[in-house]
Design a protein around this ligand. Sequence first.
Ligand code: MG
Length: 452
Amino acid sequence: MGRLFGTNGVRGVANKELTVEMIARLAATVGAFLGREIAIGRDGRTTSPMFRDAAISGLLSVGCNVHDAGMLPTPVLQHAVKHNGLDGGIMITASHNPPEFNGIKVIASDGVEIPREHEAEIEETYFGEGPEPSPWDTIGSIGTLQALEAYNEAVKSHVDAAAIREAGLKIAIDPGNGVAALTAPEIARDLGCSVYTVNVNVNGRFPGRDSEPRPDNLDGLKRLVRASGADLGIAFDGDGDRSMFVDEKGEVQWGDRSVALLAKDFMAKNPGERVVSAVNSSKVLDDVVTAAGGSVVRTKVGSVVISRVMVDQGIMFGGEENGGIMYGPHLQVRDGSMAMALMLEIMAKAKKPLSELFDELPRYHQLKDRVPCPEELKERALEALRGSVDAPEVGTIDGVRLGYEDGSWILFRPSGTEPVFRIYAEAESPERVAELVDEHKALIASVIESLG
Ligand code: MG
């Protein structure tokens, strides 16, 4: 059977890998699976209105009533589905992918992306006989859904708005021409911040920078922070669920460290709690969580997996190394604007520069690398590697993760999207992390070669 869903929904190059016909059939299948009342939203990509209309047609054809929420960030649609008691939602977006891509994220009634097993059921119907079309007299209806205002109010309700207003912070915001432009600046202004923006016009061609915020493409934001004297900067990905922070010196702080800083605050308010993260994120999270008497639940890589573990086990905080932050009291999904509001609260209460708050976290050195591996050898290579490694701790939640007495660790896992093994490693010194990577890179390469 074919596959449609990847790590985060369905993605492909518009009108090549992903067509209007596919989206209409997929939306009909999703609607038949989820129920009658379905919300729809879209990001700012040039092909999003076209796919939105195709998805609406598909949904109507199986008798769904469509609640069109227009252009908005993914977490806003997720909030609207949950808080309006709808049966589910479809977000037309390719998140942080280049402008020629598009896709959909399927949202369940609890506001979280559907679990992997539901994706498989939808694929089975999609590639099989397809959903049953409704007769002419039970076709669904189309209405509109106002989602932005209720969402903005919800985000503000989860922080100490008075304390943030009192602090009068200056913030530089870079939505990267994505749809976070529709929420983040307004929320920050409502919280009494002076707001400076770059790349704030929604534009599906992403003229300002790649829609994935990375340390190497945030020069515009870094300059804005320095020029405006902002207390912090924040960049969002294309659909506003991921965020990346810049401190007042204009230094980009990698996702792991933002997750840890926010987790530290969460643990101070909720000592002994558990938090969720994937096997590829930093030990800095374990340090702050265990110091507060809690523990970190590790999952396979992928935000959907983290969110679903949070829902199933009633856990209220989760995070990803790429800047995905899930704050459960609001929504158990990644939400960039929520992360922004929480960071503003931390700064307002600590009354310290952001760089200082980050400096209080333990510091580790990380390396990421890759080893080429043909698709057909991945499974066997992983099997062989499990048998040929030796370390005090060997984890097999996702790939192979080796842990050592000095706290260093290395993870290698077959990529879900490219013919490579991805390597993640971390240690207290740059020498130790380099040594770990060199040694295991050679091992992985020799195992793959012996199989080929
Ligand atoms: Mg995204």
